[in-house]
Design a protein around this ligand. Structure first.
Ligand SMILES: CC(=O)N[C@H](C=O)[C@@H](O)[C@H](O)[C@H](O)COP(=O)(O)O
Length: 223
């Protein structure tokens, strides 16, 4: 499954409250189908309802996350085993978890969580990290993939204008598991750079493909 994602584009098909696609899994399925028709090799999706709807219609591997809005508090990507199980039951092929030190400071707990997903659900785990230290900790804790998803979103990392290509490069040099570039990709050249020059296994893109209001606004800002 992980090997099948090599040098493929993964499209993150998610919607948030207050945006036009929120609340109807069929709209998310249409996003995923558009990605499939365009040649994407995988989908990243949020919550069991969207995953079920995508799974029964689109023949692509799904990276599942559980990041549903709570009442004003901070959300953590796939907070516990219960949420991971819901994703697995809905058909996720890989489960992504927040593996930042900010979200999961206790390394023993992180290890147990990863172990439980892998043994009880029989599913690979992708660690969403924000820096090199977290990637190494995730690898030694047993994850199968690391992704730069959280780079720029923890208080101790800097949000680069585009994707954090330097972080991708240093992860590829330091960890043995596949490295997925994720976060703020918006140009084909950046995808080429990440995969063909710096050795990323694949790249996940969300906003630049699945948020048409952002795409519109890029052009509006040019006027
Ligand atoms: C930090 C965080 O919570 N990222 C989320 C993780 O699933 C999503 O909001 C992002 O859209 C996704 O990572 C893809 O990134 P971009 O939309 O920049 O292409």
């Amino acid at each position: 499954m992980i090997e099948s994602l090599k040098k493929k584009l993964i499209v993150s098909c998610q919607a948030w409250p207050g945006t036009p696609f929120y609340g109807d899994p069929r709209l998310i399925r249409a996003m995923a189908e558009s990605a499939y028709n365009g040649g994407a090799g995988g989908i990243r999706a949020n919550g069991e309802d969207d995953i079920l709807e995508i799974k029964k219609n689109i023949p692509l591997p799904i990276i599942g996350i559980y990041k549903l809005p709570d009442k004003g508090g901070k959300t953590i990507i796939t907070p516990d085993f219960e949420s991971a199980k819901k994703l697995a039951d809905a058909g996720a092929d890989i489960i992504a978890i927040d593996a930042t030190i900010e979200a999961r400071p206790d390394t023993e707990e992180l290890k147990q969580f990863i172990h439980q997903i892998k043994t009880e659900l029989g599913i690979s785990v992708m660690a969403d990290i924000s820096n090199l230290e977290e990637a190494i900790r995730a690898e030694t804790s047993g994850v199968d993939i690391v992704a730069t998803t959280m780079a720029g979103y923890t208080p101790y990392t800097t949000k680069t204008d585009g994707p954090d290509l330097d972080l991708i490069e240093s992860l590829v040099k330091k960890v043995k598991i596949p490295v997925i570039g994720e976060g703020r990709f918006s140009k084909p050249e950046e995808v080429n750079d990440a995969i063909n020059l710096r050795g990323a296994h694949s790249v996940v893109i969300g906003t630049a493909i699945t948020a048409p209001w952002e795409i519109t606004n890029r052009f509006v800002r040019a006027i």
